[in-house]
Design a protein around this ligand. Structure first.
Ligand SMILES: [Zn+2]
Length: 235
């Protein structure tokens, strides 16, 4: 099994290559390219949220804790005292880390549903919806964010499988086939629920027509090809 460091290194290289191609072709600007590079790299560690005590889960719950504290503090009136603020922060911290997290951990199985191609589509679509609804990003950038997270996610699954092959002894470890599966065969209910959510999000993602015209057009491919080599090298 590949560790956190290997996963983030490989996905960072992959998303770096992809985002610089888009930057070179002037499809995104430098800030957008960096954003895509970062989300793509993060996508490469996301599947391990199903592993209790993994670095990914620790980071995820730190972000959730911080966001929850911010959300609750913003709801408090101006007359609130310092002591009350401290109590609220301690309470929110306690609930997210000692109540919500154990519940989440008890429901997730390592190399379960979050290590499947179905979940990569689910996380990709969810990212598009979150990017479009909760940030200032436009439809094309939201789709790109989802696409980069999707690619990072797939990279993780493939890498897990590659690591389950013991090359020196030319044999396959028991974990082979547990990462890059179509859906979670052992939990059909959860898989069906996820499939249903994917269909639901199909109606929530921003209009794909503009995305199709901008990203998957022939013009874009020509742009990518033309911007690859420096002017001096072109005859
Ligand atoms: Zn994994």
């Amino acid at each position: 099994m590949a560790n956190f460091k290997t996963h983030i290194q490989v996905s960072a290289i992959g998303s770096g290559v992809l985002s610089t191609v888009l930057l070179g072709a002037n499809i995104v600007n430098s800030i957008e390219a960096v954003l895509l590079w970062v989300v793509g790299a993060l996508g490469g560690v996301l599947p391990d949220i199903d592993s209790d005590n993994s670095t990914t889960l620790n980071i995820l719950f730190r972000i959730i804790t911080l966001m929850s504290i911010t959300a609750v503090l913003s709801q408090l009136g101006e007359s609130v005292s310092t002591l009350e603020i401290w109590v609220v922060i301690a309470l929110v911290y306690g609930v997210t880390n000692w109540v919500v997290r154990p519940i989440f951990e008890s429901y997730t199985v390592h190399r379960g549903i979050f290590h499947s191609l179905l979940s990569s589509v689910f996380i990709g679509a969810l990212s598009i919806v979150i990017a479009y609804e909760f940030t200032y990003l436009n439809a094309v950038m939201s789709w790109l964010v989802g696409f980069f997270i999707f690619i990072g996610y797939i990279t993780h699954l493939v890498l897990d499988e590659v690591y389950s092959v013991d090359f020196s002894n030319a044999r396959v470890k028991r974990s082979f086939g547990t990462a890059c599966k179509l859906y979670e065969y052992k939990n059909i209910q959860a898989s069906l629920l996820m499939l249903l959510l994917v269909f639901g999000m199909f109606f929530m993602v921003p209009n794909a027509q503009g995305v199709k015209n901008t990203l998957i057009s022939k013009h874009t491919l020509v742009q990518i090809k033309d911007s690859f080599l420096p002017l001096a090298l072109k005859s």
